[in-house]
Design a protein around this ligand. Structure first.
Ligand code: FPP
Length: 241
């Protein structure tokens, strides 16, 4: 039975037949989630990490092959020092435990973004997590100090330094952080804003989008399956008919 014959009884508790291969997520709304509870914004980020781990697991269990999450953007440095430190500390703590978790679950970890700004011990943990999981089949890309414009400029500069004087779309696509895993099929943004915020702008050319008002710490299985159901009902034409 195809997805179209099934659509009448698809609901958010059921997985559709068609699952996106690559899901990218803008995890927005941690601060508001905390504020609504009278908690400091940092409490929202802590809960956000738990949601991140749960959602990544749900994606892979559902048949997704690659998950890319936006954990820290090049613009997030503008936040108060204490909040930046808190998020980077969460990342550091996650790096401490992620190798073991990834090895157990068959996940290949990649950190995407400009890691040159991080202290050597964090950069080393990033390299270590990538090397030790490099043989595994599911892909988890965590974007830190990531910005899409910077990524495209880095790609173009690499091509120039290789001596190219005419640059094609294929050339740029071959130099992105996400080159090994390809473009996202579905981009989910929580927290009610309808924008990309400098995330995967090149790669999103033909992605489907799912926006929800749900704040990231509240995002659960029901929301994820709703996003998958909407994706399954969309007929992707890639510009054709
Ligand atoms: C957006 O909420 C979230 C962030 C800026 C980044 C923090 C992300 C996490 C803590 C989850 C994953 C972390 C790791 C270590 C993989 P916001 O602060 O912009 O919320 P607001 O829009 O309500 O203010």
């Amino acid at each position: 039975m195809g997805i179209f014959s099934q659509k009448n009884h698809l609901n958010e508790h059921m997985l559709p037949d068609v699952i996106p291969g690559h899901v990218a997520i803008i995890m927005d709304g941690n601060g508001r989630w905390a504020k609504r509870r009278g908690l400091p914004r940092t409490a929202g980020h802590s809960k956000g990490v738990k949601t991140f781990e749960d959602v990544v697991e749900m994606c892979f269990n559902a048949g997704v092959k690659t998950v890319t999450v936006y954990a820290f953007s090049t613009e997030n440095w503008k936040r108060p020092d204490s909040e930046v430190k808190y998020i980077l500390n969460l990342l550091n703590e996650y790096l401490d435990i992620c190798i073991e978790k990834c090895l157990k679950k068959g996940i290949r970890m990649r950190i995407i973004g400009d890691r040159s700004v991080f202290p050597p011990e964090i950069a080393e943990k990033m390299n270590d997590s990538e090397q030790k999981t490099a043989h595994l089949n599911y892909n988890l890309n965590v974007a830190v100090n990531y910005g899409s414009r910077a990524e495209i400029c880095t790609a173009v500069n690499a091509l120039i330094s290789e001596g190219k004087n005419e640059i094609s779309e294929t050339d740029i696509s071959s130099k992105l952080y996400t080159t090994p895993v390809g473009d996202p099929d579905l981009i989910i943004r929580t927290g009610g804003e309808l924008r990309l915020s400098n995330f995967l702008m090149w790669q999103a050319a033909y992605s489907e989008f799912y926006f929800t008002d749900t704040l990231w710490p509240d995002f659960g299985k029901k929301d994820l399956y709703k996003a998958f159901s909407k994706f399954a009902k969309t007929h992707r034409r890639f510009g054709g008919l």
